[in-house]
Design a protein around this ligand. Sequence first.
Ligand code: KE4
Length: 429
Amino acid sequence: MKTTVSQALFAEAQRLIPGGVNSPVRACKSVGCDPRFIQRAAGSRIHDADGNEYIDFVCSWGPMILGHNYPAIMEAIQKAMVNGTSFGAPCPLEIELAELVTEALPSVDMVRFVSSGTEATMSAVRLARGYTGRKVIVKFDGCYHGHADSFLVKAGSGVITLGIPGSPGVPDDIVKNTISIPYNNEEILEKTLRDEALDIACVIVEPVAGNMGVVPPAPGFLQKLRALTSELGIVLIFDEVITGFRVSYGGAQQKFGIMPDLTCLGKIIGGGLPVGAYGGKREIMSMISPVGPVYQAGTLSGNPLAMAAGVATLKALKEPGFYEKLDRKSADFAEKLRTLAEKYLAEATLNRQGSVMTLFFAKGPVTDFDSAMKADVSKFGKFYRAMLDQGIYLAPSQFEGMFLSAAHSEEDLARTLEMTEWSFKKIQN
Ligand code: KE4
């Protein structure tokens, strides 16, 4: 596969941008190759600067659940664009997206839009601290909530992909207020919350973990978390930046029947444009400036183009049967992938939640950070490179998800499985 143009672009990019990328995981360091520079995308396909075409399972790390270049989204953006790109003032589209979000999520009475998932989670934690007057937060090993200081403790995504414990530059007196405990461990959860209850402002959780690879909640885990946080007066924050409008129209909270106090969103609600959001109970959200004393702001929050893309996306996702059809397609694909993995790999386990999944090169079961870390990342790297050269574009990390979209055709998935079998055979040697 010719990659000379991407290589030249990468050399130039590295001169001007740290690592040549604007987000670390895209540098493909953990999978032993250089990134392909993508020039355009449509449906399930992306095309790089050398003219190579790929079937895309990164989907911009989740947002492109309808596929790239979805007509209704593009039309909505174009329609909004002729009116201008940013006003720095409230606009009607913000209300339209807020109505769709609060209607989809019964736990969300009010919502504030920001420009990234990190802004959403950072603001939600500040709000929980302001609302409770407490400062300690609890997160889970391997979960990633964006790159705000408080979260870079045993975080997932790029932090474990790059094998870094946390990050320099995060002061110890910030880190000491973050407790990170094992995901899916009810015993440690209960002990931690009861021992530290008086100091804990919130627990923030990915209701389905997606940043140590996909790790669904153990049966009863989320219910236990909800019961304990309610009993102890601790704010429960669901970080649904990945799962929101991914695992169902009502997110993981609908799927698992849990009402969190605050919810963080991102990715899909922007339809590919920069949008994050946090929302929840009116009593708590009313603490946010300018109504309340907890400050949060953003120049491009509620940007009209991003709002238009989000509205068009959620309207398309509301279509009856959308998730059932996508989940059926995903389940069928996952079953065939699992069968191939069992046939060719000595150790493999596949975790899936709806249309997002991870094939771990590990014996399994993978139920938390420690079991995920047993994966053979070197073997995953060989698999990744073999698939890439056959035109299958996976997330460049063992600890990320593989996303299916409405645009992935049966032919796309059949070819992907064919190339998977070819790649499994290739990495055997
Ligand atoms: P952003 O700031 O990247 O929009 O969102 C941060 C975030 C928050 N919460 C969850 C559960 C997330 O997964 C993320 C971001 N996800 C990563 C990949 N899993 C984004 C990809 C990247 O960092 O380049």
